[in-house]
Design a protein around this ligand. Structure first.
Ligand SMILES: O=P(O)(O)OP(=O)(O)OP(=O)(O)OC[C@H]1O[C@@H](n2cnc3c(O)ncnc32)[C@H](O)[C@@H]1O
Ligand SMILES: [Mg+2]
Length: 166
């Protein structure tokens, strides 16, 4: 199969390659049509849906996948959240969410001033492009769960649900 994933972020592309190891995986730029930094489960999921639909609509695409990261609030604490969507040629839509962990107060404050998590985590860790490497989830799990692994789990949940219907 030819699978398009709506991102050029290597952690997202690699996570799809891991789970669809026998297929051709192509990363393309896709519009999430939501804010660069989504602030709820709903908005994050919507971003993933939009990316997946755009990929599924590409010529020769068998499957389109959208993976989107965001933050969401539960009782004053802000959590990392992640959503994935798979759309096939029958226009079936499969959804799954990823692991979530709370973010430190300092990061929450930065997000409240309108800055993107990807930028804040680089300042926090004094590193560059954390979002393309271990991710925020990797930083705050001491490297035990990296962004690629977390998205890999989301893609596995998508593939499994899709397989169930075949
Ligand atoms: O190129 P794209 O596919 O857009 O990849 P991205 O890294 O920007 O990722 P998202 O748009 O899905 O994530 C929305 C925002 O949240 C940030 N983000 C989400 N999860 C993250 C993580 O685990 N580590 C670092 N940044 C993260 C990300 O950098 C963006 O600012
Ligand atoms: Mg982004």
């Amino acid at each position: 199969m030819k699978i398009y994933i709506g991102s050029l972020n290597p952690t997202k592309i690699e996570s799809v390659k891991r789970i669809f190891a026998e297929d051709e995986i192509i990363g393309v730029e896709a519009q999430s049509k939501v804010a660069a930094q989504p602030f709820s489960d709903e908005e994050t999921l919507e971003g993933a849906i939009n990316r997946a639909r755009e990929c599924a609509a590409l010529k020769k695409s068998d499957i389109g996948i959208g993976l989107e990261g965001g933050v969401m609030e539960i009782e004053d604490e802000w959590y990392l959240c992640n959503w994935g969507v798979l759309v096939d040629q029958k226009e079936n839509v499969y959804k799954a969410s990823g692991a979530r962990i709370p973010l430190p107060e300092e990061i929450k404050k930065g997000l409240q001033t309108g800055r993107e998590l990807g930028e804040l985590i680089d300042v926090y860790t004094e590193k560059t492009d954390v979002r393309k490497r271990e991710g925020t989830i990797g930083v705050f799990t001491n490297g035990l769960v990296k962004r690629e692994e977390m998205f890999g789990h989301v893609v596995k949940l998508l593939r499994g649900q899709w397989l169930y219907d075949q």
